[in-house]
Design a protein around this ligand. Structure first.
Ligand code: OAD
Length: 248
């Protein structure tokens, strides 16, 4: 399907605006990674977040939580970044100021080449000690959580669970990028989970042009200047090609 990119957006991009983008699970959907809230296929349609993605769940049954994350890590390990990730990495090279903020833990943005990247929810490919967050090497493919070599506490994925604080530096940088940009993209996210969900609104209030890329409408759609209805893996390469004549 061909995507029409609004001419005003093409013009704005060519003027090299200070830009930022927030991505969510939708950006990795075309890599075969399930989203969270899509009604039929989303992870939260099949699993209960309270049983799997909270510190309490981990305390109750670390091995169950470990196995669920191991399964997700395996899915990610068998998949790869898609043209949407690659188009965002190209944008970083094409614009003088482009900050990519992601809620995804799959590491695909970095794998696709993005470097000015803020991973707000951590990264599933890292394991840390659950007691003091010391990095642990290896994942342990056993059914139980690996033990920290120093203190013996079970390891956990280095991701943010519900009820936990986000990494402070990344969060501050994300809000600063939202406040100071002229163009803000919200891509493949339902904008349902705070504090990330506030970022597009912060950008909007600071006067940025807000662009949403998503096949569905979200809580943001009514406020966005441009809503491009479609898949990130098709829309983003079309946008880079239209504005800069570059194939992704
Ligand atoms: P959601 O599952 O809430 O939303 C995914 C969004 O992607 C939906 O709006 C879809 O319509 C859209 N989408 C699906 N396929 C797409 C595609 N090919 N291209 C573009 N968009 C597409 O995922 P997030 O918004 O990322 O947090 O969820 C935010 C946080 O909630 C996650 O980081 C996770 C979750 O609970 C934690 O685990 C802490």
């Amino acid at each position: 399907m061909k995507h029409d990119i609004p001419p005003e957006l093409v013009e704005l991009l060519r003027a090299n605006p200070q830009s930022a983008a927030l991505t969510g699970a939708g950006v990795s959907a075309e890599s075969g990674i399930p989203t969270f809230r899509d009604a039929q296929t989303g992870l939260w349609a099949r699993f209960d977040p309270l049983e799997l993605a909270t510190p309490q769940a981990y305390e109750r049954d670390p091995d169950l939580v470990w196995r669920w994350y191991r399964w997700r890590r395996e899915l990610i390990g068998q998949a790869e970044p898609n043209p949407g990730h690659r188009a965002l990495a190209s944008l970083e090279g094409l614009l003088d100021e482009f900050t990519l903020i992601t809620q995804n833990v799959d590491g695909f943005h970095r794998a696709a080449g993005s470097r000015r990247l803020l991973e707000l929810h951590g990264n599933i490919n890292r394991t840390v000690c659950s007691r003091d967050r010391t990095p642990m090497s290896g994942f342990g493919e056993a059914d139980s959580a690996p033990r920290c070599g120093q203190c013996g506490a079970p390891g956990r994925p280095d991701v943010v669970w519900f009820g936990e604080a986000l990494p402070m530096d990344a969060l501050q940088d994300a809000f600063e990028a939202a406040r100071s940009c002229e163009l803000f993209f919200s891509i493949g996210t339902s904008t349902a989970v705070e504090p990330a969900a506030s970022l597009p609104f912060v950008a909007l209030e600071a006067g940025a042009t807000l662009v949403e890329i998503n096949p569905e409408r979200t809580a943001l759609s009514d406020d966005a200047h441009h809503v491009i209805t479609g898949m990130a893996g098709a829309v983003l390469p079309a946008l880079v090609s239209e504005a800069f004549g570059q194939r992704v």
